[in-house]
Write a protein that binds this ligand. Sequence first.
Ligand code: FEO
Ligand code: CA
Ligand code: CA
Ligand code: CA
Length: 599
Amino acid sequence: ASVAGTARSRFDFAEVAAGVDETHHVAEGYDADVLIRWGDPVLPGAPPFDPARQTAAAQRLQFGYNNDYLGYLPMPGAENPARHGLLVVNHEYTNEELMFPGLGRQDLRAVGFKAMTPELTAIEMAAHGGSVLEVRRGDDGKWRVVAGSRYARRIDAETPMEITGPAAGHPRLKTAADPSGRRVLGMLNNCAGGLTPWGTWLTCEENFHGYFGGVLPEGHPEAKNHARAGVPGGWFGWSRFHDRFDVGREPNETNRFGWVVEIDPFDPASTPKKRTALGRFKHEGAFPLVNRDGRVVVYSGDDERFEYIYRFVTARPYVPGDPAANRDLLDDGVLSVARYDADGTVTWLPLVHGHGPLTAENGFASQADVVIEARRAADLLGATRMDRPEDIEADPKSGKVFVMLTNNTRRKADDTDAANPRGPNPFGHIVEMTAPGGDHAADRFGWDVLVKCGDPAIAAVGASFNPATSKDGWFGMPDNCAVDHHGRLWITTDGNSGARTGRADGVWGLETEGPLRATGKLFFRCPVGAEMCGPMFTPDDETLFVAVQHPGEADESDSNAPPATFENPATRWPDFRPDMPPRPSVVAITRRGGGRIGS
Ligand code: FEO
Ligand code: CA
Ligand code: CA
Ligand code: CA
């Protein structure tokens, strides 16, 4: 036997068989219970969910669509903080073809969103954003949403928000509706996120460009900035009914999206804040930690092909127990971008106005310009163009930082580099960074490839899973991740399908140390068409919350896939009722009879 063959797995559960069908599967001996579904009540007065007759007024009170990030915050003073807390949830986007009757195939874009009405658009806008839920685990071991909680909140595409930091009030953020440049309605396409040590929720705007339509006037000064972000993306028909999403009418509205938003879920009346010091790009997530010198470090990936990995270090230290000192900590600090060299070094390049090429000559008149056009600033500094950076999470004990690089089908074989070694890269990889001596504010880190993903049985794929990995244990397209309280890495995926990998998306444990390093093991898998998001452990590691996003969504890579529609979806998970479409839902995974997940 190999060395790996005799080593002991850190993931002690019976592996799930990989595959795709209409429902979810969890390792034997575990329960996977649906906690809340699209349309379930969040706020008082929410009417029962009636998908054939949905209204915007109902949706504003109900759980939104496409749950992505999940964060668990223990309830202060709770008898058991691992069994009573707040669950914060991102609602990334909407799937009209699965949400609304009669819309036919996914051809809304091709016909200029003619089928979309003002009311359907209002439902979509109300189904975006986020939810704050008070949750409790009962004596029967089951989690429930606390009805009538004073913390319950829905945030959507029209919730008033404040813009803070270097770009707040800048002329490029001023619009007809907001001459102050400091007040914006809503957050868009919030993908992943993070939790701060002071108990707030960081929720991150990713593909904001998709919400804009219209045509920018010829020669407009924002033209290059729009183009760099892909604005207008035209993924939704909102610009037909809302001038602010029409770039011809409101060219600056797009500069008010693409930020990290900080929300205090313990104060339902608080105004969410868009923290511009962390830069404007397609933020997958934001992972904060307290550095050994007390400053807060936030990692964030820009999820698009050939985009960058960023780090923000606060100017001041975190002060435990002093909410006033921490409230605006994220408004002041240094944003940097990563360059990966073949010698195994990461160099953090500061995005600071006046330094190097970030000067007025190059169109950066102030730090506001630097953060608004963070991508262009990073271009000039020579950062490394990555294969779609998704979630980043650190293990605070080991100083390791795990970076999910989901895939890049457009990378050419002659355009690879040490940190992005495959062209094309349809299955993605995971990079591990090492903060020297655990100093996450250091100028230089080490780095290594943890695993190149895809089927190890197909030599041409070039995957590097440990040979100890079973036929079920490999995966493609890593997206989100979680390090549990025992330092074990768990990966969730976005993009596996019958056509691409012969398996649904799911949750895999991944070994990071010793002879089993890079061994994967499948713990949970999604129903067909769904992406696996969320992974969030309670402080006792006894519950793993996961988010099943867009069950039944069509696989765009599979031309033989049947159309996904409200009337005829590929699955009706989780209700399996003929009058219910599939519903994105949060699932609580616990061990039957109690105990830690996977040990
Ligand atoms: Fe919304 Fe980068 O996944
Ligand atoms: Ca994601
Ligand atoms: Ca993704
Ligand atoms: Ca998604």
